[in-house]
Design a protein around this ligand. Structure first.
Ligand code: COA
Ligand code: MG
Length: 289
């Protein structure tokens, strides 16, 4: 699965921002037709995205589109205007049920069949950001076309009547639940937007917190956020080094028939080995190995 440490949104009607995004070395570029685009610019966004998909070389960056949510009356036209130009994935916001993902997947499959594209190639990332979305995660997260779950804090907080605070206690339950259901279905979990894009200190703190909670990446909204977020969601050199030493020691002991070993003063068994293997995989995905 493609590594998505940093997923950058830009208003889909802004060709300059789409072009800028391509120069940033960001993992995923998400051209937005939803909340980043004004109501009277939806048509313009569809056209701009359609042209960008045809004309621009995105290099190593993943090209994603974000459509308007199911039931807005915009979602089918968003897809009709852009899907035929082959984005690599579709972000659907404010998902509240498995049926909504099924609807989107059926639309994508029909396009894949009509174009002769490989089936299931175009992936779905589901935004969960409401009471029902969080409650129905158990079903939503099972769809086979999903690559990841995206948590939206602002909409979620509004949906439960909470006030956003810096500490974020009001979103902790839902934020953790997204990680849980993503992990249970081997999906990526993509963390909240840090909207104060000039504050790099607190961006780093929030990014590290997300990584520690188990998120695999974070949504971003400004070029300044690319570097700090990619770094927070890549294993550090020290973590990679430790994982390599641990695995070497474990594999040597395992060959001798030991299941749990002592390593640098700590007991090491299967869960820690799995976590070390995941560090190595993420380091490879981040180009650090
Ligand atoms: N993607 C690509 N390029 C972006 C960008 C983004 N999300 N945000 C800013 N840039 C570009 C600007 O166009 C500018 O480019 P330039 O130097 O070539 O002119 C440069 O980065 C510096 O931008 P800056 O002047 O600091 O910000 P701004 O005032 O132009 O824009 C925002 C501020 C918040 C409007 C802008 O960052 C933005 O549109 N973010 C995305 C919003 C969005 O999509 N929201 C929905 C998802 S939550
Ligand atoms: Mg939103």
């Amino acid at each position: 699965m493609k590594s998505r440490r940093a997923l950058l949104y830009m208003p889909g009607d802004s060709r300059p921002k789409i072009e800028k995004a391509i120069t940033l070395g960001v993992d995923s570029i998400c051209m937005d037709m939803e909340d980043g685009t004004a109501h009277n610019r939806k048509e313009k966004a569809r056209e701009t995205i359609a042209t960008a998909l045809q004309e621009l070389d995105f290099g190593n960056a993943e090209k994603l589109i974000r459509i308007n949510g199911f039931g807005t009356g915009l979602e089918a036209d968003d897809l009709a205007a852009t899907l035929k130009y082959h984005p690599e994935g579709v972000v659907i916001p404010k998902v509240e049920s498995l049926a909504q993902i099924e609807w989107l997947s059926d639309q994508i499959e029909a396009m894949e069949l009509s174009k002769g594209w490989p089936l299931n190639h175009i992936r779905i990332l589901a935004g969960v950001e409401s009471t029902k979305g969080i409650i129905n995660l158990k079903e939503i997260a099972t769809h086979p076309r999903l690559d990841g779950l995206i948590f939206g804090a602002e909409d979620y907080a509004a949906s439960i009547g909470a006030t956003r605070t810096r500490g974020g206690l009001e979103i902790l339950y839902a934020r953790s639940k997204v990680v849980l259901h993503a992990a249970a279905n081997e999906l990526q979990a993509i963390d909240i937007v840090f909207v104060n894009y000039k504050d790099s200190v607190n961006l780093k703190i929030e990014s590290l917190q997300g990584a520690q909670m188990g998120f695999t990446g974070k949504q971003i909204i400004h070029p300044n956020q690319v570097g700090p977020v990619q770094e927070a969601f890549s294993p550090s050199d020290a973590a990679i080094d430790y994982a390599q030493r641990l695995l070497e020691a474990f594999e040597a002991a395992e060959a001798e028939g030991a299941g749990a070993i002592a390593f640098e003063g700590k007991m090491i068994d299967m869960p820690l080995v799995k976590s070390a293997r995941s560090v190595i995989e993420r380091a490879k995905a981040a180009g650090k190995l």
